[in-house]
Design a protein around this ligand. Sequence first.
Ligand SMILES: [Fe+2]
Ligand SMILES: [Fe+2]
Length: 258
Amino acid sequence: MRTLFLGDIVGKPGRKAVMENISCLRRDLGLDLILANAENASGGLGLIPKNARELHQAGIDILTSGNHIWKHREIYNFLDETGWLLRPANYPPDAPGRGYSLFAVNRLRVGVVNLLGRVFMSPVDCPFRTAESILKELKQEADIVLVDFHAEATSEKKALGYYLGGRVSALLGTHTHVQTSDAQILSGGTGYITDLGMCGPCHSVLGMDPETVQRGFVQGLPQRFVLAGGECRLQGVLLDIDAESGRTNSLQAWEMPG
Ligand SMILES: [Fe+2]
Ligand SMILES: [Fe+2]
């Protein structure tokens, strides 16, 4: 199963770049499944239902998210109502939406799990234990399991990768918006990368205008960050997953323009 998983889509420039290219990418790369993290897709922070729908209609099969998903209140009900949009699973149980789900793709059952890290981030339930209990349930039913681990610290991401190694098809990091060069297949056939990168402006600080971000650091005062403009780059990872075994046969960090 050929899969493209895109890193955090940032604001209108990121959405536009994704939507303009996604159907060509599906055809040219022969993709069976396209996923993306969309926690920054609206204004660079959060996600509103209209933008989620646009991305889905343009061809992204499944959207994951992260710590910024709660920014816009109108997404709360939408999370409850929409099967193809996930929020991290390790929020308290009565948070809106769901953190994992099963999807039918070419007669395969694909489990997708979204988790949030705890290092340098607001407190949530343990991602390791949450993953454990989700897998107990999903393993009965899923042929393939993909995990988006939305976390800050590389150590936490690597550790969860090894912890789930051989038990999931791939664990892919998001949240830092900077693509890492450590794509590898862990023993047991688990594809791994510390961060997918982002879909957003090339000349930016994580998608935001560098000037406003640097002013925050220099002055030490809160700033209203604004989205950067200019050329956009799409980043993610391209995976080939064996349908029989659920193992990743190959994965490579991917970006456009390459
Ligand atoms: Fe993000
Ligand atoms: Fe994030």
